[in-house]
Design a protein around this ligand. Structure first.
Ligand SMILES: Nc1ncnc2c1ncn2[C@@H]1O[C@H](COP(=O)(O)OP(=O)(O)O)[C@@H](O)[C@H]1O
Ligand SMILES: [Mg+2]
Length: 607
């Protein structure tokens, strides 16, 4: 699932949405500009270099024109008697300066962009992982991932290339047009006469083609969805012998793509022919009219050459604007989405990598007092409806009930992933708001049904419970968690890689690693959320033993639907549809003939 989401995130990267460039979007983006601040010296020098290198580029058409005229024995400027070689030397001198400047300009811009982008990425990531759980339930992983990857890369491209390119083209455009007028205003006026027509055609066509290519991309994304779904559920496809069906589905959506792409090709082809005609037409026209001016002696051959070169410069500059503009739009859109994350309010936690010291100690007394709760993303559904129960320090309290009753929600509330709507959660008699989030989470550990291991070694995964743990501590915890034996069985022992790129561990093995992790953390309150429900009986025995070890000397909240595992609990709370309908010891609950607990346990024993 997560993989599919990542993929769709990448697909999104190919065609980032654009936003209108206006005051509002620019104001927003300028908030990101504060990340440039530490590097502003280099940025400004880079800008100056950029300006200079664009200007020096404009010198060449003039120099070439002067050289051609000098070859014909004409002096363009009487006050400046230059011979061919002198012009050649000057040209090379300027070239050298330009090359030198360009190197530093690129080097400086990349440095500024990379460093400031790394800062933005770091802040965005940190912001992201410190946001409250509610934020994540409303967004997809792929979407968030693409903000850090695609959106920020777009901003980076814009900072390193687009802005530089834009400034350069503006300098060339303004400088080039000025020089065109200077060389020959008659030719320039002729050129400018046909320009509006070109612009209108280009804009109209361009819009049309973009629309069609967007449609084609959407269709392509649709067909990729087919591939993604099929590959993810490949065992289903095979089990139902639906290969041909899936192939047909894919083929159909591919044909749609082709249809739209071909329609786009008609317009694109027409547009390209028109543009080619217009460009060469303009060149022919200029040379034609220019030659007439030369024959009348109004223009030198050198000046005509200069003119043609400048008009090519200007034309190319104009042609590059639509794409640059689109890039800036995309970058603005990307910045807005990144800013959205940066401006969210994060959880009120003090995070210090080296210091997990606990300020307010919790002894392990836990009490729910008439807790009412609904998830912020689905406010209309009351998940817990006046839940009350009490667990004294060191007690084992089991929470049982049908799935969807709200058991895992209780676990999440103890960890304060969410705030309750009404009622109280008390630690040692104090409302949970009295403690810092960090203090609560440092003293509550959870072993879930499905343990997630991070990419890394087994040692790192166990030490996740206590980052400062020594190698001996890790081994001691693993021994207590019944995990040492299977870990030592691997050729690389504790350095065995797990996670996506490492070896696959069985459910029971992952569970025991999670238990070792929790043992290292040594919490006052332990939550087992269906920790053994998906295990076979052999690994369940090993895990159960490890859990017994883990539960010693601490308050344990045992969420289970297999009732045999919780018989010995000090108290059993039966939850149904967010309401506590019974509670007591196993024996007390079994005495209630009409009770849900008795009914459920009879059902399970019959099986
Ligand atoms: N993150 C969430 N956002 C919205 N609703 C949720 C969320 N998690 C669980 N729920 C809903 O809350 C109810 C209780 O879920 P849960 O506590 O997971 O039940 P249990 O663990 O007892 O099976 C269910 O109706 C479920 O759909
Ligand atoms: Mg659950």
């Amino acid at each position: 699932m997560a993989r599919a989401r990542l993929n769709s995130g990448n697909a999104q990267a190919e065609e980032l949405p654009k936003v209108k460039i206006n005051k509002e979007s620019i104001r927003k983006v300028s908030e990101l500009l504060k990340y440039l601040k530490p590097y502003r010296g280099k940025f400004i020098v880079g800008m100056i270099f950029l300006f200079l290198s664009s200007l020096t580029g404009l010198a060449f058409p003039s120099l070439l024109g002067i050289m051609i005229d000098a070859a014909q024995g004409k002096q363009k400027y009487d006050f400046l008697p230059l011979n061919i070689n002198m012009i050649g030397y000057i040209s090379f001198g300027i070239l050298f300066i330009q090359a030198f400047i360009s190197f530093f300009r690129i080097r400086l811009f990349v440095e500024v962009a990379e460093k400031s982008l790394a800062d933005i990425r770091r802040d965005t990531y940190f912001k992201l992982i410190t946001l409250p759980m509610n934020f994540f339930s409303q967004r997809r992983v792929g979407e968030l991932n693409s903000r850090i990857s695609a959106d920020l890369s777009q901003i980076q491209d814009t900072l390193t290339t687009t802005i530089a390119e834009m400034i350069r083209q503006i300098v060339i455009l303004v400088g080039g047009v000025t020089l065109l007028f200077y060389v020959s205003h008659k030719l320039t006026l002729l050129n400018l006469g046909v320009l509006p027509l070109l612009v209108v055609v280009a804009v109209v066509f361009g819009k049309f083609i973009r629309k069609l290519s967007r449609q084609a991309q959407d269709k392509l994304a649709d067909s990729n969805t087919v591939v993604e779904e099929t590959l993810q559920g490949i065992s289903n496809v095979k089990a139902f012998v639906n290969e041909a069906y899936e192939a047909g589905r894919y083929d159909k959506s591919l044909r749609e793509v082709v249809k739209i792409a071909l329609r786009g090709a008609n317009y694109r082809g027409a547009f390209a022919s028109f543009i080619i005609f217009a460009i060469f037409g303009a060149i022919v026209g200029v040379i034609w009219y220019g030659s007439i001016l030369v024959s009348y002696g109004e223009l030198s051959v050198g000046s005509l050459t200069t003119y043609i070169l400048y008009s090519i410069f200007v034309g190319a500059a104009m042609g590059s604007f639509p794409e640059l503009y689109a890039n800036v739009q995309k970058a603005l859109g990307a910045s807005e989405r990144v800013l959205e994350i940066l401006q969210e309010t994060n959880e009120d936690i003090s995070i210090n990598i080296n210091d997990n010291s606990i300020v307010q100690k919790i002894d392990g007394n836990l009490e729910f007092e008439n807790v009412q709760f609904s998830y912020p993303s689905r406010k209309e559904i009351t998940v817990l409806n006046g839940v009350s129960f009490k667990a004294s320090a060191g007690e084992k309290v089991a929470i049982v009930g049908p799935s969807g009753a709200g058991k895992s929600t209780i676990a999440g509330l103890i960890l304060r992933f969410y705030e309750t709507q009404s009622g109280k959660i008390l630690f040692d008699g104090n409302p949970s708001g009295h403690y810092s989030l960090t203090d609560i989470r440092n003293q509550v550990a959870i072993v879930p049904q499905d343990v997630l291991l991070f990419g890394g070694t087994i040692r790192e995964n166990i030490a996740y419970g206590k980052l400062s743990a020594s190698a001996d501590e890790v081994i001691a915890a693993s021994k207590r968690a019944n995990a040492h034996e299977f870990i030592s069985g691997f050729p690389e022992g504790y350095d065995t890689l797990v996670g996506e790129r490492g070896i696959k561990l069985s459910g029971g093995q992952r569970q025991r690693i999670a238990i070792a992790r929790a043992l290292l953390k040594d919490p006052a309150i332990l939550i087992l959320d269906e920790a053994t429900s998906s295990l076979d009986s052999e690994s369940e025995r090993l895990v159960q033993e490890a859990l017994e070890e883990l539960m010693k000397d601490r308050t344990s909240i045992i969420i289970a639907h297999r009732l045999s595992t919780i018989r010995e609990a000090d108290k059993i709370v039966v939850l149904e549809k967010g309401i506590v309908i019974e509670s007591g010891t196993h024996h007390q609950l079994m005495e209630n003939q009409e009770g849900l607990y008795r009914y459920l346990s009879q059902l399970q024993y019959e099986v």
